[in-house]
Ligand binder design. Structure first.
Ligand code: NDP
Length: 403
């Protein structure tokens, strides 16, 4: 027997929030009731008006635990999908514990005054969620999210031991604007301007920001320049994939993007340190965010595809094996379906699927869990079903490494 449809509360009415609402509305047998809440209610109303399904909309300040708990007690959701910003993760986890609501997010917590994102802040909630009989599913976007599930799926079906993982995030889309980020600019720039970091032989190794780069020949979209970055899924995968010897993360950027970023950084516009300006304190990167295009506005402009996935090497039945597991997503097709470009789409669809895994009971277990700590199979099936089909390609085990 199928479980009763659940009431989902979605917090955050940005690019990703829009996709989550559209996709939840496509599965009324899972999410019988949808409430969308955000700081600016007008943005929720705009999204609700696009969808031919009843969406309740509310204003909420997710930095305020009491206000969020009051909303949850009033509307009584079963689960929360947090697609506000990483700054709100802890207040929303606290609110879920107080109101008895399951929790899902797509990005790990980052303090506002320090460009340092880590699961260290959220993992200690494990016992409290367990004791409350609630589940918190961390990082249910694409990367983190699908890339973690790809790793777990590879371990379950393709390898006895995984030794090397390279996660490759390629956005070959073009919006035609001189400079724009395709998700929240503040979070995006904080991530890219940080030092690069990867994990090898049991320890983290650092590079200068964007120091390591090379062209890589991707399936479908061809050659693009990839840059080594630190990315949050590595923090949990090094704990949960036994026998791992090395994991790295690479993202593509065009030369125009890098040139703009260098200029902005050189003139101090990407700094998170407040400065005095005409008697007021302003944070340069927050000001920059205000003048850059809203990622949600890129939807109708962006053409091309994303190719995101993992190259995984290890051992199966005593022999070396190497596979590439990836999804290809088309910006214009995403826009036609849910009025968003592929970056928001590839994040919002897995957030909905994470919700589905909890709502249907497939993954439900009290405590705080990363994606790869759950059975990958139902999630992988759901990716195929809900718009993010994937492929596994066998590579020559002796082909040269990414770097
Ligand atoms: P946007 O900036 O487009 O949207 C964020 C939304 O959150 C806005 O509607 C904003 O409201 C709302 N918000 C911000 N602060 C609060 C608050 N205190 N209370 C209530 N609502 C608030 O971001 P995106 O949609 O691009 O990204 C959403 C999340 O997805 C981010 O955490 C991002 O890091 C994550 N992400 C994850 C990826 C993955 O693959 N795992 C990839 C891309 C993004 P307002 O409009 O009023 O400012």
């Amino acid at each position: 027997m199928n479980p009763e449809p659940k009431h989902v509360l979605i917090i955050g009415a940005g690019g990703v929030g829009r996709v989550v609402v559209h996709k939840c509305a496509q599965v009324p047998e899972v999410f019988g009731k949808i409430t969308l809440a955000s700081r600016t209610k007008a943005k929720c109303d705009q999204i609700a008006a696009e969808i031919d399904y009843p969406i309740d909309t509310r204003a909420v300040d997710a930095d305020n635990v009491a206000e969020t708990v009051a909303l949850m007690r009033e509307i009584k959701p079963d689960l929360l999908i947090n697609v506000a910003l990483p700054y709100q993760d802890l207040t929303l986890m606290e609110a879920c514990l107080e109101a008895g609501v399951h929790y899902i997010d797509t990005a790990n917590y980052e303090p506002k005054d320090e460009a340092r994102f880590s699961y260290e802040y959220q993992w200690p909630y494990h016992q409290r969620f367990k004791d409350a009989g609630l589940m918190a599913l961390l990082g249910s976007g694409f990367d983190p999210g699908v890339t973690n599930v790809f790793s777990a799926y590879a371990l379950k079906h393709y390898f006895d031991e995984i030794h090397y993982i390279d996660i490759l995030d390629c956005n070959a889309g073009d919006h035609g604007l001189p400079f724009a980020t395709n998700f929240n600019p503040e979070i995006n720039i904080r991530e890219i301007t940080a030092k690069g970091r990867y994990w090898e032989a049991g320890e983290w190794k650092e590079t200068d920001p964007l120091e390591w780069h090379r062209p890589y020949d991707f399936p479908v979209v061809g050659e693009k320049e990839i840059y080594l970055l630190y990315h949050e899924e590595m923090e949990s995968l090094v704990k949960h994939i036994p026998g791992l010897k090395r994991i790295r993360f690479w993202m593509t950027f065009g030369q125009k993007y890098i040139t703009h970023l260098n200029v902005l950084q050189n003139v101090g516009m990407t700094s998170i340190e407040p400065i005095d300006f005409q008697g007021q304190k302003i944070v340069p990167i927050e000001f920059l965010r205000a003048v850059l295009p809203d990622p949600a506005s890129l939807g109708p402009l962006t053409k091309g595809k994303t190719v995101i996935g993992n190259i995984i090497e290890g051992i199966k039945d005593g022999k070396k094996r190497k596979i590439y597991i990836y999804n290809v997503c088309d910006h214009e097709e995403c826009y036609a379906e849910v009025k968003s470009q592929a970056i928001s789409y590839t994040t919002g669809v897995p957030a909905m699927i994470g919700g589905k895994m909890l709502a249907t009971g497939a993954w439900m277990k009290p405590g705080v869990w990363n994606m790869e700590q759950n059975d990958p199979d139902p999630f992988m099936d759901a990716l195929n079903q809900h718009g993010l089909p994937w492929e596994v390609v066998e590579l020559d085990p002796d082909s040269p490494p990414v770097w």
